[in-house]
Design a protein around this ligand. Structure first.
Ligand code: SF4
Ligand SMILES: [Zn+2]
Length: 142
């Protein structure tokens, strides 16, 4: 029915594609380092990082994305916030980036607005979910 959603094409080139993702969601530093080594050679690292920043809940970051651990992304976000120009000189607030279909934010937008979830969005969400589920947001059995 629907073609491949453009927004997700980069994910096809992910170095972690088809890999065991446990390292990406491990708590042990060594294993996270292992995951980061995969990211280091990933051709779509910047897209991945951007997508993580866009899609994840800032108060619940987890897993290695775009070569950064959750803690490192938190740090980066904090630095970016504190170095951002203050409102007085800042440009007028840009309208929120529209959530495009075929991305997880797109999926979430459907949910927020109660609109029908389209195929690309559903697919995007499943893809993201499969990775996120690895972390065991509830409780990790070990
Ligand atoms: S940068 Fe993202 S897509 Fe690339 S290997 Fe790391 S986690 Fe996977
Ligand atoms: Zn959609």
């Amino acid at each position: 029915m629907n073609g491949v959603p453009n927004a997700l094409v980069w994910a096809d080139q992910a170095a972690c594609r088809g890999q065991q993702l446990d390292d990406f969601f491990a708590e042990a530093k060594l294993r996270m380092e292992q995951a980061k080594r995969v990211c280091a050679s990933c051709p779509v690292r910047s897209q991945c990082l951007a997508e993580a920043f866009r899609a994840e809940d800032p108060s619940a970051r987890f897993g290695v994305y775009g070569g950064l651990t959750a803690a490192e992304r938190r740090e980066l976000a904090k630095r970016q916030r504190s170095s951002a120009p203050k409102a007085a000189t800042a440009a007028p607030k840009k309208p929120r980036q529209p959530a495009t279909c075929g991305t997880r934010p797109g999926y979430q937008k459907h949910l927020r607005e109660g609109t029908e979830i389209c195929g690309p969005c559903r697919q995007a969400n499943t893809g993201a979910d499969n990775r996120l589920r690895r972390t065991g947001t509830t409780k990790a059995a070990r």
